[in-house]
Design a protein around this ligand. Structure first.
Ligand SMILES: [Zn+2]
Length: 210
């Protein structure tokens, strides 16, 4: 992981400290207590499916900027640190493609360690299935060069469809909506703000409570 030189809290020069069984960069000031555990990030992407002339099509956006300008992928982006993932993915779908959709469930996620995919941080990238509500694809022509709904056959004819996006769409196409990890019932969801629980819904909980 990237090396830090100075404490982000108090600007002391960092030293090495054994913490949790391995050496980590840490602040020498015990009162500050900062330990550098590494850089982490969370991304999210939305599979939005809808029927068009008898075919199921998925929403894709085309990147307008590097890296990977011209490539087609699921709409998505990084979640803010103070933003629930389900809110982040709905926001990104609307910002990038002008489509309003609501989170249904999680169909897949990717875990990649810093450096292995060129990313600066260890990243979790959640792929959600969203229910299409309304809006026709539109884009800013800058960050996003194009957007639209495409069938798998149409994608096969397009250049530069990101493999991970296509795989996420396939995961969603071959599974029932709601069969993935879904946000918990209202009683759980409302327990506290800024807190959301995802679990399997298609489970017979009664069998545990005999
Ligand atoms: Zn410090």
């Amino acid at each position: 992981m990237a090396t830090m030189n100075f404490c982000p809290r108090c600007a002391s020069e960092l030293t090495i400290k054994n913490d949790g069984g391995r050496d980590r960069q840490a602040c020498p000031d015990g009162a500050c207590g900062f330990v550098h555990f590494g850089d982490f990030s969370i991304g999210c992407a939305g599979v939005v499916l809808r029927q068009e002339s008898g075919m199921v099509k998925a929403l894709l956006v085309q990147r307008g900027q590097n890296p990977f300008a011209g490539s087609w992928q699921l709409p998505g982006g990084y979640a803010e640190h103070d933003e629930l993932l389900s809110v982040a993915v709905e926001r990104e779908v609307e910002e990038e493609a002008g489509v309003v959709a609501k989170v249904n469930d999680v169909v897949a996620f990717r875990h990649s360690l810093a450096g292995t995919t060129g990313g600066p941080s260890t990243n979790i990238y959640m792929i959600f299935r969203l229910n299409y509500l309304n809006g026709e694809p539109k884009f800013d022509g800058d960050e996003i060069a194009d957007a639209g709904f495409f069938s798998l056959d149409e994608m096969a004819e397009m250049e530069a469809v990101q493999g991970l996006s296509r795989w996420g769409i396939e995961q969603a196409l071959v599974t029932k909506p709601g069969s993935g990890l879904s946000a918990g019932g209202e009683e759980l969801r409302n327990q506290r703000p800024g807190w959301q629980l995802f679990g399997l819904e298609d489970v017979d909980m009664k069998s545990l409570r005999r």
